[in-house]
Design a protein around this ligand. Sequence first.
Ligand code: SER
Length: 871
Amino acid sequence: MKTDELRDAYLDFFVGKGCIRRPSDVLVPNDPTVLFTPAGMNQFKNEFLGIGKLEFTKATTCQKCLRTGDIGNVGVTAYHHTFFEMLGNFSFGDYFKREAIHWAWEFLTDKKWLGLDPNRLTVTVYLDDDEAFEIWEKEIGLDRSRISREDEYENFWPAGAPTDGPDGVCGPCSEIYYHPPTGGKEVEIWNLVFTQFNRVGSPPDNLKPLPMKNIDTGMGLERTAAVLQGVESNFEIDSLRPLCDTVGDVLGVKYDFSGEHGRAMRRIADHVRAVTMCVHENVLPDNKEQGYVVRQLLRRAVLEAYLIGKQEPVLHKLVPKVVEMLGKPYPELKESVGSVQSAIQEEEDAFLDTIERGLNRFQRCLDDAKSTGIITGKDAFQLHTTDGFLYELTDALAARHNLKVDRMGFEQLMEEHGIISNAGKQKSVMAEGPLDAIRKTSGGTEFVGYESSSCEAKVVGIIAEKQLVEEVTEVGHRDLIAVVLDKTAFYGESGGQVGDTGTLTADGIEFTVQDTQKDGDLWLHIGHLKQGTLKVGQSLKCEVDDERRHAIRRAHSATHIMHYALRTTLGDNATQRGSKVQQDELRFDFAQKKPLSPEELCRIEDIVNTHIAEGSAVTTKLMAIEEAREVGAMALFGEKYPDKVRVVSIGEFSKELCGGTHLANSGQVGMFKIVAEEPVAKGVRRLVAYTGEKAMAEMRNKETLLRDIMSELKVGSADEVLRKLESLQNELKETKRKLSEQMRQSIGDDVSNLLAEAEKVDGVALVAHFVPNVDKDVLRDYADRLRKKAPAAVILATDIDGRVALLAGVSTDLIKTKGMNASNCVKAAAKLVQGGGGGRPDLAEAGGKDPSRIDEALKAGLENFRSQLSS
Ligand code: SER
């Protein structure tokens, strides 16, 4: 059975059992407790906790997951991946152990479905889970010898939860293993979790039965496909083997499972697949959080390729194959191939550069290590932090020279510096906060802000100083307060658009809303209570600051028009990377390597302004997500969209999935002006533009500036400004030239006088001279003329910007004949002005911090020359 068929069969089977088919969540979920989606259950945390209204009680999914906890095993063992897909079925207070076990068995063994030989399957249950044991033994008919009991670290989810936590819902599990006919190691293919407890605190008695018993099961898609296809590793299945072969093609080395480079090539296949999925969802290589993980994954892959001998970027060439392999379940991947490839290539280039540069330091470490045979942990750490050399690179290069690396020392330093990535680590699987309590009692907030900018509403929750409270009184000076309403006209910050501001009022009560934020289906009106007492249950009039909202609308509709203009001008690879919409101001980030030319910027501005002038209707329509895709609405990858999406269209040219607030007609934007074009990250650029009044004000400011410049330059028209500037510059050049001529003349006079008056020791003129406020070139000019005109040793000083510059010079002959040295002199002098320096024996320079002691410094310089002559 092909992998795509297995995915469909599983979902069909559970739909047949009454489960609702839900889409995969995105890879970076809206969940601060995890970096990446680690399991299918992650998107159902609220349902398990009984928070909010249940739309369904049974669900089935195929979830995109990313785990890096076992990264070391990828390519080595048969079944580990970073990115993988997990098939799941879930019950929220609906079916429980009996059905979960029976259905899993039916799907695995029934000939209509997978038809696996029951004799090749064994199961495990949690130590004291007699109920599960009996279902397996008595109802399924498995022999006792094929059911084993395992402890909480094997058969509880999360693993070890009873003893080690975290608090929250958890439960015993039962795992199903397949034993291959080849006699190879058994493989766990399915984990049935009986989510029946809420853990509270430490043992004993810390597992409280949940009122609702839940089911969370996970089946590894790639593993089960490997079993069904009778292959020994996930990397041999129909959706991965071709990718490994393509790795071979781009590296110019044939892929052979047990060949010299087999493991490395599997790692490349896995990592590039994971990175493709992440970059597609807008998670770009970066230095922190998810971006850090993506960067490290990609660098590991680049490193493997480098060690196989590919020193130029090639891994981006794998992207089309990854997309082809995953194209059926995730057709949207096709739309970003170009921009994903260029983001990957960019990072490949940068890292290959790093490798080349770091090789110098590595060579030094290598020389140091020759005597001991070991590269120290400190060296490996420095190579990692300063040169971006992964430990594996240092280790692999060291091995080529028969050296080892002190891994423990390296890891200790990494830990001391807090450099640990915790991708996919579940900090707290199911923590509840004050908002969940509101959600439980009153459900979500109803948003009526598309149709109107005011409404009547009731307070359902108040949060002051991070606590849920029943009421607050006039506390204008205290911390910000968040008010949750049953209904609101305020737009909560989302999709890049800022939150609304305005007021909540009732008789004797006034609350000013400074910002509106959204937490799931709850709207938080954040601000200060100016007057009265606000209580839960209170009715209020909520009114949005309409003028501000209108300016936000202008910026948002203009953003869509600009997005269209950008793609028309730069091509479809200029995919959106982020956006921010506020009053008459928009920021838009997009994939693009080179800065935009002035012509391109003008073109974009022209297209946008033409579409504004056209006065196209802006319309919104709710439709099913599939329908939206069919009509070609642009969506932001990596964003989780609901089943029914809002499609905002402007005329015939722009269609985007968007929850924001918009104008009725493009003409209302009024005016559009790009004010900045700048880099944001590697391969990502940003346009900043103004609309409406702000665009007008910006033009006026520029005009005022030009008028001020004209009056300052005393010219009558703008055209004259440049001519006038040119003539001023010429005047300045001429003045400078005259000045330096005069200076040279006066240095010439000074030099003669200085030599005439100089102290003579042993036929050598000793000169010490202070020239106020000149730059070092002038001192050098003095020194050169003095030491060329006569046998002389000179020490010169000047003060510029509160600092001291010293310069010593000696006639070249005197170096040989009398062993004189300018560098020694300048060092001796510099000490007195808190400075230091040095140079050649004939000319040396120093700086210093204390101009008040310049005299003493010059004396010390002279003294140094005298002693050079007497020794
Ligand atoms: N949450 C469980 C797991 O990840 C079952 O889906 O294994």
